[in-house]
Design a protein around this ligand. Structure first.
Ligand code: NAP
Length: 232
């Protein structure tokens, strides 16, 4: 049986690299993107590398698109072993809470928090039915409570809240062999991380891929960096 993984925000950056590494590990990959053309282009690149990949439109701010992708996965591929919630935005680098437009807060939470929840809600029924699932929430060290401080407040709050979601959901689904964990990729060279970052996307993707393939006795409800537990 070939395992199946779905990754959000996977047309570029860390999400694309997670697809590549999961594909290289033998998974059938569902590469999702909010832009259909960008998703299709990214899938063509993976197929040229010999990876079995499918492209689906999934805008995490549109729960219907997550449900449609879940319908495709259940109908065409029959199972979903791993869901990697990778898509995120960081639109507030120079903001401070005193003056930030509430719309910037809303848009950030809509993508980085509610988008993850919508995807979990769409794919959990299939995972519960098959009695197996791995959910990886790509968070950030900037959301760690122990490191909170000024700078990018909406992004930080969205990731802190995502960490809370991770712990609660992990406990809710623990009877179903579904392991939910969060991971920080470190500071990675992408459009979001900027080109001065020290890590490659390959390095940033590695721990998320490990969490997506955990054995049944693997950890749940934890936060990781480089396969080591990271403080919440
Ligand atoms: P990136 O290169 O900016 O890629 C972000 C991806 O998310 C893009 O594919 C983007 O699609 C997609 N996206 C944004 N909004 C979306 C939506 N509504 N629906 C679906 N997809 C959407 O960022 P990255 O650095 O690879 O980040 C990946 C993850 O790592 C994020 O969760 C980020 O918070 C986390 N992270 C990154 C770093 C870092 O240093 N890079 C550090 C810590 C955590 P478009 O191409 O259409 O915009």
């Amino acid at each position: 049986m070939k395992r199946v993984a779905l990754v959000t925000g996977a047309n570029r950056g860390i999400g694309f690299e997670i697809c590549r590494q999961l594909g290289a590990a033998g998974y059938t990959v569902v590469l999702t993107a909010r832009d259909t053309d960008k998703g299709a282009r990214a899938v063509r690149t993976l197929r040229r590398e010999g990876i079995e990949a499918h492209s689906r439109m999934l805008d995490v701010t549109q729960p219907d698109s997550a449900r449609e992708a879940a319908g495709f996965v259940a109908g065409e591929l029959g199972r979903l072993d791993a869901l990697v919630n990778n898509a995120a935005i960081a639109i507030d680098p120079d903001e401070v809470l005193e003056t930030v437009d509430l719309d910037v807060v809303r848009r950030t939470l809509e993508t980085n928090l509610l988008g993850v929840l919508a995807c979990c809600q769409a794919f959990l029924p299939l995972m519960k039915q098959q009695g197996y699932g791995r959910i990886v929430n790509v968070s950030s060290g900037r959301g760690s409570f122990t490191k909170l401080g000024a700078g990018g407040p909406c992004y930080r709050i969205s990731k802190t809240a995502l960490n809370a979601l991770t712990v609660i959901l992990a406990d809710e689904v623990k009877e179903h062999n579904i392991l939910v964990n969060a991971v920080t990729p470190g500071w990675v060279r992408t459009r979001l991380g900027g080109m001065k970052a020290p890590r490659s996307t390959a390095e940033g993707a590695e721990a998320a891929v490990w969490l997506a393939m955990l054995p049944d006795d693997g950890p749940r409800g934890k936060f990781f960096k480089d396969r080591e537990e990271f403080p919440w």
